[in-house]
Write a protein that binds this ligand. Sequence first.
Ligand code: DX5
Ligand code: ZN
Length: 277
Amino acid sequence: MAQDASPVSPGPVSPGRAPRPVRIAPSILSADFARLGDEINRVASEADVLHVDVMDGHFVPNLTIGPVVVTWIRRHCDLYLDCHLMMDNPGEYLEAFRDAGANSCTVHVEVGGTGELIGQMRDLGLHTGLAVNPETSFEDCEPWLDRVDMLLVMTVHPGFGGQSFMSEVVPKIARAREVIDRAGLDVELEVDGGVDVRTAPVVTLAGARLLVAGSAIFGREDPLGAAHAVREAANRALAGGAGPERGPDGDNGSDRGPSSDRGPSSDRHHLSDRDSS
Ligand code: DX5
Ligand code: ZN
């Protein structure tokens, strides 16, 4: 995949679109896979990143999709594609995801070999994401922060959509924000799991700026409106007006419990301004 260097880091900003303080990554895990192209098109104008959950049946007890499907997604849309690799052996597939059209891959720190995986991704021209499970401490990721573009803090146990947000993870988000800011690192802070109009303000106030949402978007009658509602809930919180939110379907989100201008969002050809060393 040809990618050109750009001062935008780490990732794209949609052509003609102003940088957004909080960015939304719809997770296709909750989409109708039999109509995937249409589902993606429906949310495209509110999607800064398309989040693709790859599950191997080993690292997590579920199976989803692989590079073949990513190839077809890439043919149908120009969105920034982040592949969240919930796999024991992501290193064996990074090149295939890159060739399929992924802009970034996000690997889990729990699988080990993190330094090697980051090096592999950078050599392949992929933006680099590092994910951390709820029970894994932030300190396990901290040594790698100066070499990644994104830190993905899981707010559910990975494997399934529609789970309850784990509010006990919020201090980890805040800690990550503190460390990233104090060190002046160019790392996007992303959260994944149970994000909806009620929890988006919580994670945003803790410091997250890229919000993955699956069931809160694709599980709704109006996915585009739902994505917009999650974004607005987060932005209102940042502006100091956090409060109970109502979703586009007239409810207040699911029944679950409770920065930056950069990061993966628009033109998928933009690369991080770091070198790949
Ligand atoms: C879960 C996946 C998530 C999932 C989130 O393991 O990594 O990306 O799609 O789904 P919701 O937003 O429904 O919690
Ligand atoms: Zn995910």
